[in-house]
Design a protein around this ligand. Structure first.
Ligand code: PXP
Length: 247
């Protein structure tokens, strides 16, 4: 299972004071030294955390995979092609939201998403679509020509939280079904959003999912125990889940 760490919230801390620190580029280096497979950043249209400079410098410094999350707009497509991100993950974006709230509307926003996929994939940049774990969304992603999907784990995490660390079985089964369908269609299947040290194990056990994108929980823990340990402990939690040692 690949682990990509989202360092947006290091930039959130920097933007809170308009300082030059903490630098998400430094954080990304520590994340990679701790054994993560890649770095994920979301360049939002309002530039609330990650800045254009961060993406450009990360392009120079990241040794593993640089995954750029962005909205399917002409401006963002231009940036992704200029910096040559290794992977682009298209996400829905609303200015008033605190974080990405749901998966892409692969049916309603079909035209914009299709246009972005065509430009990026045509230019040799693989595109992943951040979608809800539903059969329709998987099918629509395939039809749009995306080689990858990232399944939104937010509902699973929220339900689990609501029942105080109960099973969240239904959402887990949904994730499993969607991942299986994705693999049947030949898609690369990732997952992410809201994953933490307690809930990551069950998702890691789904063999069809081969990559996780995790941000907030790791950065929050890093504030207290340091980035190296925060990444290592997440890696261990993933490996425990994957090997069935969680039960
Ligand atoms: N994947 C996607 C597509 C996201 O938008 C985000 C949040 O930026 C994440 C994963 C990471 O979510 P979290 O910060 O809750 O781990």
């Amino acid at each position: 299972m690949k682990l990509h760490v989202n360092v947006d919230h290091v930039a959130t801390l920097r933007q809170a004071r308009g300082t030059r620190y903490p630098d998400p580029v430094w954080a990304a280096s520590l994340v990679e030294l701790a054994g993560a497979d890649g770095i994920t950043v979301h360049l939002r249209e309002d530039r609330r955390h990650i800045q254009d400079r961060d993406v450009r410098v990360l392009r120079q410094s990241v040794r593993g995979v640089l995954n750029l999350e962005m909205a399917a707009t002409d401006e963002m497509v231009k940036i992704a092609r200029e910096v040559r991100a290794d992977v682009v993950t298209l996400v829905p974006e609303k200015r008033e939201e605190r974080t990405t709230e749901g998966g892409l509307d692969v049916v309603g926003a079909r035209a914009a998403i299709g246009k972005a996929i065509e430009a990026l994939v045509g230019d040799g940049i693989p595109v992943s679509l951040f979608i809800d774990p539903s059969e329709e969304a998987i099918q629509a992603s395939k039809e749009l020509g995306a080689p990858r999907v990232e399944l939104h784990t937010g509902d699973y995490c929220e339900k689990l939280h609501a029942v105080q660390h109960g099973p969240g079985d239904e959402e887990l089964a949904r994730l499993h079904r969607a991942a299986t369908r994705g693999r049947e269609l030949g898609l690369h299947v990732a997952a992410g959003h809201g994953l933490d040290y307690d809930n990551v194990g069950a998702v890691s056990a789904i063999r069809e999912i081969t990559e996780l994108n995790i941000g907030h929980a790791i950065v929050a823990r890093a504030v207290l125990v340091g980035m190296e340990r925060a990444v290592r402990e997440m890696r261990e939690a993933i490996d425990r889940g994957r090997s069935g040692r969680d039960e």
